[in-house]
Design a protein around this ligand. Structure first.
Ligand code: ZN
Length: 255
């Protein structure tokens, strides 16, 4: 089920009953013991919810313009640097605990800054309309540069963000919607405008997701994923989902 609250990333595994898939996701261990079905479910955690076909439409947000550079550094670049510095707290990149906020895509101003849980940060209470057109910036703790999760992608689509980005130990992982100028509504889900009926929109969406997972299946069919490199797997998953959905996926080293 898609989340209705804008919760980013995965919840921690339930302490009473540890799901082997969640355990794998949290620890990177136990892949060899997973059934094919569980592996599929594990990959679903990295992609986009297969069942999500009832996206709400939102008015489009204003196009982004980068201006107001100060000393050769854009306000957004400076804001990202400041955010990363605050997460690191002057020390090493944290191994647990997410931090997130909403960043203006032009001024770089960050609001709604929140400290989250071990592997999630919760924006419950922030109206969807306040998130629309903003950049959701949040940290992914840990030494591995983990890419965006399905929760991240769902919040981006549902809130009609300008961008969702994760700051990792090594840099930034960014997902942005498509740039087709013919799309006037939510650019994350242009199929809503291409289709003449809701059923048609759902079919197009599902085809995109199927393409994404077909690409993922090729990736995980390789021997290296018997002991999965989670950082590479999430990066490959993000890339495949972006390509199938017509989204932009960008990786940048920390500056
Ligand atoms: Zn995330």
């Amino acid at each position: 089920m898609p989340r209705l609250d804008p919760v980013v990333d995965l919840d921690q595994p339930n302490d009473d009953q540890v799901d082997p898939v969640e355990y794998w996701f949290a620890t990177g261990e136990g892949w060899d013991d997973l059934s094919q079905e569980d592996r599929r479910r594990a990959l679903d955690l990295l992609g986009v919810d297969l069942t999500e076909s009832r996206l709400e439409e939102h008015p489009g947000h204003a196009s982004q313009k980068v201006h107001g550079r100060r000393g050769g550094v854009s306000p957004v670049t400076q804001a990202v640097r400041d955010f990363r510095a605050s997460v690191a707290g002057g020390g090493a990149w944290p191994s647990v605990g997410e931090t997130g906020g909403l960043m203006d895509p032009v001024s770089g101003q960050i609001t709604h800054l929140r400290r989250g849980e071990q592997f999630s940060v919760d924006f419950t209470g922030v109206p969807w309309d306040e998130m629309k057109g903003k950049v959701l910036i949040h940290s992914h703790p840990g030494a591995d540069a983990m890419g965006l999760s399905d929760g991240d992608a769902q919040v981006a689509v549902r809130a009609n963000l300008a961008e969702i980005r994760a700051e990792t130990a090594t840099g930034s992982v960014r997902m942005l919607p498509g740039t087709d100028p013919g799309v006037t509504g939510n650019r994350w889900s242009p199929h809503r405008q291409q289709a003449e009926t809701a059923a048609e929109a759902g079919r197009i969406w599902n085809e995109s997701v199927d393409r994404a997972f077909a690409e993922l299946d090729k990736v995980v069919g390789t021997p290296e994923y018997r002991s999965p490199d989670l950082a590479k797997l999430t990066a490959d998953a993000n890339r495949a989902v972006a390509a199938a959905m017509g989204w932009q996926y960008i990786e940048e080293p920390a500056t």
